[in-house]
Design a protein around this ligand. Structure first.
Ligand code: CDP
Length: 210
C-alpha cells in the first residue's frame, strides 16, 4: 500500500524541513509543490511573458519537466512574485494536478504545499496543517535571507509574510485552508527537532512504521 502524507500551511511555517525529515523517516519520496509554481513562473520570466497571463502560464505549467525543479534560481524575489501570480490561475493549478498525483502514484509520497490535503490528495493517509505566528515565520525567513547574504529589515520581512498570508487565504483558486481532518501543528515555539518529534506523535497510528 503506498502511503501519502499531506503537509499544508502558510509561508515559512517549517513545512519543507519537516516534509524532508518525514520522507527520510518513512522511506518515501518528497515533493515540495511550491517548486512547481516557482518553476512555472520562472519559465515565463525567461520567455519575457507575463506571469498573470492565463494562456501563457498554463502552457508553461504543461511544459514543466522534472529538471526544471532543480534550477538554482527558484527562490529569488522575482520567482516568489511570479509563483504567487501563476498560483492564482485555475488552469495552471489544473495542469499541475497530474504532475503531483503521478509523482506519488508508484511509491507514495510526502507532499508539502497549500492545497495537498484539500484538493490534490483529499484521501491522504495523514494530513498535517503546519503553522506559526507571523512574527516567528518572518524571523525564520529573515534568518534564511541573511544566511544567503541577502540584507533585509526584519519588520519588512514580517510585513511581506502577512501580505502573502492574505493573498494565499483570499485567492479564489485553492485558497489556503486547513482540511477538516488535518492535524494542526503550531511550530511558533518549536525548533526543527521538536517539530519533527511532535509530528511523529501526531502521525502515530496513522502511518505504519518505516
Ligand atoms: O514558503 P513560500 O510561501 O515562500 O513558498 P512556496 O511554498 O514555495 O510557494 C510558492 C508559491 O506557490 C506561493 O505563492 C504559494 O501560495 C503557491 N503554492 C500554491 O499555490 N500551492 C501549492 N501547493 C504550493 C505553493
Amino acid at each position: 500500500m503506498s502511503r501519502i502524507i499531506a503537509i499544508d500551511g502558510p509561508a515559512a511555517a517549517g513545512k519543507g524541513t519537516l516534509a524532508k525529515r518525514l520522507a527520510a523517516h518513512f522511506g518515501l519520496p518528497h515533493l515540495d509543490t511550491g517548486l512547481l509554481y516557482r518553476a512555472t513562473g520562472r519559465r515565463l520570466l525567461d520567455e519575457g511573458a507575463d506571469p498573470s497571463d492565463p494562456e501563457a502560464a498554463s502552457a508553461a505549467a504543461r511544459a514543466l519537466r522534472p529538471e526544471d525543479l532543480a534550477r538554482p534560481d527558484l527562490r529569488v524575489p522575482a520567482a516568489d512574485a511570479a509563483a504567487a501570480q501563476v498560483a492564482a490561475i485555475p488552469a495552471v493549478r489544473a495542469a499541475l494536478l497530474d504532475f503531483q498525483r503521478d509523482f506519488a502514484r508508484a511509491h507514495g509520497a510526502v507532499l508539502d504545499g497549500r492545497d495537498i490535503g484539500t484538493i490534490v490528495f483529499p484521501d491522504a493517509d495523514a494530513k498535517l496543517f503546519v503553522t506559526a505566528s507571523a512574527e516567528a515565520r518572518g524571523e525564520r525567513r529573515w534568518r534564511e535571507l541573511r544566511a544567503r547574504g541577502i540584507a533585509a529589515e526584519l519588520a519588512d520581512v514580517i510585513a511581506l509574510i502577512r501580505t502573502r498570508d492574505a493573498q494565499d487565504a483570499a485567492r479564489a483558486a485553492a485558497p489556503l485552508l486547513q482540511a477538516p481532518d488535518a492535524l494542526r501543528l503550531d511550530t511558533t515555539d518549536l525548533d526543527a527537532d521538536a517539530t519533527f518529534a511532535r509530528a511523529l506523535d501526531l502521525l502515530a497510528g496513522r502511518i505504519g512504521p518505516a
